[in-house]
Design a protein around this ligand. Structure first.
Ligand SMILES: Nc1ncnc2c1ncn2[C@@H]1O[C@H](COP(=O)(O)OP(=O)(O)OP(=O)(O)O)[C@@H](O)[C@H]1O
Ligand SMILES: [Mg+2]
Length: 380
């Protein structure tokens, strides 16, 4: 916390700063409004010499003082010119009126008066900062609670759905088996095999969903480049239908300790979103290479980026995209769980995920960057 001193003429500024330094109060001389303004966020008080006040300065100060957050009321100490009532002093009084709550100190000022006034202003200010910190803590706690609630709901929902569909799945599996072993026309055979295959896939998804919440996943090793290739293959029809060109940079990389199913889910969420954002053509760039944790530290792993030239994510949405149930897809195609699941998978493997996006008409687009370490140890 520093005391800002604005006394542009004479030696006042120097004398006040010198005096404050002797009693270990930090102060900063400021020459103009701009210099004061950029230091205001952590200022303890503002000492102003009255002769520095011009109508423009009063207007600028009263504007920023009005814009202060609710907890803040920066103490202003105004050093007035003299005690006599003159035309000038009356004019100055009208001039400073918009500043509102100011402490007036009449010159010549005794050092003790100045010091005690500044000290009491600083005490008041530090209480305001305490209030600010408390408010911030409340807000963070509230936000954490809100997220935790959403996560718990999503987790429970997925697990209970997976659990509930297990029984009918088993029944249908048995029925299909019975049908296959009962006499029937030959073309039926083919349909039954297909039906069994599809059913096996659903069973696997239900099993994985339950496992995701209950057990650690099987730990690979899985080759990232191979998984990316297989996901791209899966999306080939949609890529062609949307007129999207694909640019790949997938040199052979080492494997990482993660299940192939989970990695497939991770990348298919990212690639699916990228394609959704490019309704009328665009470019999809997929890169994977070995590297260090981009957040610093010495952990080695694989860095993957999925970049599109789609619509981009507006800044207010960007902070929330990893939360469950956040979606802009109103046509019933989106559940808003895709990126949440993606980030859960990344975190589970000790990795990082980051998003950069631009909604600028000329070069809009989004890049998701994922880092997955070779060893699942927490970041330093
Ligand atoms: N590459 C992207 N480009 C533009 N917007 C994106 C991109 N990726 C995500 N978004 C935005 O983030 C939102 C949340 O994404 P998320 O994948 O979590 O859910 P979803 O795609 O809407 O639904 P689903 O659960 O079916 O995937 C999307 O609705 C979309 O608005
Ligand atoms: Mg999605």
């Amino acid at each position: 916390m520093s005391v800002l001193v604005m006394a542009p003429t004479g030696r006042d500024s120097f004398l006040i700063c010198d005096l404050l330094q002797k009693i270990s109060i930090h102060s900063t001389p400021v020459q103009d409004f701009h210099a004061a303004w950029i230091r205001m966020p952590d200022a303890g008080a503002l000492v102003l010499a009255e002769e520095a006040l011009t109508p423009e300065l009063v207007e600028s100060f009263s504007r920023v003082l009005k814009e202060q957050p609710a907890w803040s009321d920066l103490p202003l100490i105004l050093l007035t010119t003299s005690g006599e009532v003159t035309i000038q002093s009356l004019q100055r009084r009208t001039l400073r009126a918009p500043l509102g709550n100011v402490l007036l100190l009449e010159r010549p000022i005794r050092p003790e008066t100045l010091i005690s006034t500044i000290k009491s202003a600083l005490r008041a200010r530090s209480r305001q900062y305490q209030l600010r910190d408390q408010l911030q803590q409340y807000r963070q706690a509230e936000e954490a609670l809100r997220k935790a609630e959403k996560l718990a709901v999503a987790g429970r929902l997925a697990a209970s759905v997976a659990h509930e569909i297990n029984n009918p799945l088993e029944a249908v599996t048995n029925l299909l088996y019975l049908m296959r072993t009962t006499p029937h026309d030959p073309p039926m055979d083919e349909y039954l095999v297909l039906a069994e295959q599809e059913l096996a896939r659903v069973t696997e998804i239900a099993k994985q969903t339950l496992k995701f919440y209950r057990e650690p996943s099987p730990h690979g090793p899985t080759n990232v480049a191979e998984v990316l290739e297989s996901v791209l293959l899966l999306y080939r029809p949609r890529i062609a239908a949307r007129n999207v060109t694909v640019q790949k940079e997938l040199p052979p990389t080492a494997s990482i300790p993660a299940g192939a199913g989970e990695l497939r889910q991770l990348f298919s969420n990212l690639i699916g979103n990228a394609l959704d954002s490019m309704r009328s053509g665009g470019q999809l760039r997929i890169r994977a290479r070995e590297g260090l944790d981009p957040a610093g530290g010495q952990r080695a792993g694989i860095r993957i980026s999925v970049a599109d030239t789609g619509t981009g994510i507006p800044v207010e949405l960007r902070a929330k995209v990893f939360e469950p149930f956040v979606t802009t897809k109103t046509d019933d195609t989106g559940t808003g769980l895709g990126l949440w699941v993606t980030s859960e998978i990344v975190q589970k493997h000790g990795g990082k995920i980051r998003v950069r996006s631009s909604v600028d008409q000329q070069h809009s687009g989004t890049t998701f960057s994922v880092f997955l370490p070779y060893q699942n140890t927490p970041a330093a």
